[in-house]
Write a protein that binds this ligand. Structure first.
Ligand code: B1M
Length: 222
């Protein structure tokens, strides 16, 4: 891995957003995820590599430390802020610019859950693959998904959950959507869910990553 990508992972892990950010104190005055990501792109590093080996890797490290009680919610928040700031630089590389859309996908992080980084990546990849994306944000309940579907009938739906306590809300959301339109394609993703859970709640497809979700829907409309 290039040194620059490792530095990006380090900044995400320790929540170093940019040079101006005083946090963490021992990195004061140093470049953060913001400047380093820009620099990596300028030096020709591949955006997918920066994302997966830099940003996502840094996030995994902070998650592991949180599990081990070595860091707490404020540190995770700083890491999340560093990651979303850096993502702004790589986003344009994932957007196709094509005007003809393959269809619409309504995405959201389910009720009770505020984790949006994975969901945002999913949205970004779909946009890049030529889909219109309606992003309902975080903490989205069944009513909001159904209302969005009524506004845009025929759309597919993508649900994200990062907590074992919120993945259970997916079932209710799937049921309410099916009541309205039985044929809506519903995809789920997020760390605690899997294909078995997907089948159990009556969703159509589970993907561990955004690319898998995009490939699935692309195949459905091909
Ligand atoms: Co939270 N958090 N968090 N957190 N957090 C986790 C998820 C946790 C695993 C940490 C840990 O214990 N190791 C743990 C969950 C345990 C569990 O339920 N099994 C946890 C916890 C416990 C909590 C709180 C309860 C902590 C507390 O308050 N005591 C709290 C809950 C708040 C709430 O939601 N109501 C909380 C809060 C937060 C912050 C707000 C501080 C922050 C989120 C900020 C934000 O998102 N804007 C945060 C963070 C950053 C994390 C970790 C460290 C990183 C999550 C992340 O962004 N990963 C996380 C630990 C970890 O994941 N290692 C953790 C990077 C992202 C790219 O990956 O979101 O998995 P991910 O998305 C992936 C795939 O899952 C997939 O594609 C993405 C790219 O590969 N994917 C899909 C996701 N959705 C998809 C949908 C698809 C397809 C693929 O199709 C539709």
């Amino acid at each position: 891995m290039s040194e620059l990508i490792e530095q990006i992972a380090h900044c995400i892990e320790f929540g170093k957003i940019n040079t101006a950010s005083p946090y963490p104190p021992d990195m004061r005055g140093q470049e953060g995820a913001d400047e380093l990501t820009k620099k990596a792109l300028e030096q020709g590093e591949e955006p997918g590599k920066i994302l997966n080996e830099g940003m996502v890797a840094g996030m995994e490290r902070v998650g592991k430390k949180f599990s081990e009680n070595k860091v707490f919610v404020p540190q995770m928040l700083m890491s999340a802020k560093a990651m979303s700031t850096a993502m702004q630089h790589i986003k344009p590389y994932f957007l196709s610019g094509s005007v003809k859309r393959k269809g619409t996908i309504i995405i959201g992080t389910v009720a009770g859950d505020l984790h949006d980084i994975g969901k945002n990546l999913v949205g970004m990849m779909f946009e890049g693959a030529g889909w219109e994306v309606i992003d309902l944000g975080v903490d989205v309940n069944a009513e909001k998904f159904v209302a969005a579907l009524k506004e845009k009938p025929g759309s597919s739906v993508g649900l994200s959950a990062l907590l074992t306590t919120t993945m259970v809300h997916m079932e209710n959301i799937v049921q309410e959507i099916r009541k309205m339109d039985h044929d809506t394609r519903i995809l789920i993703g997020g760390a605690p869910v899997n294909m078995e859970f997907c089948k159990k709640i009556g969703a159509d497809y589970y993907s561990p990553d955004p690319q898998g979700a995009v490939s699935y829907l692309n195949q459905q409309v091909a």
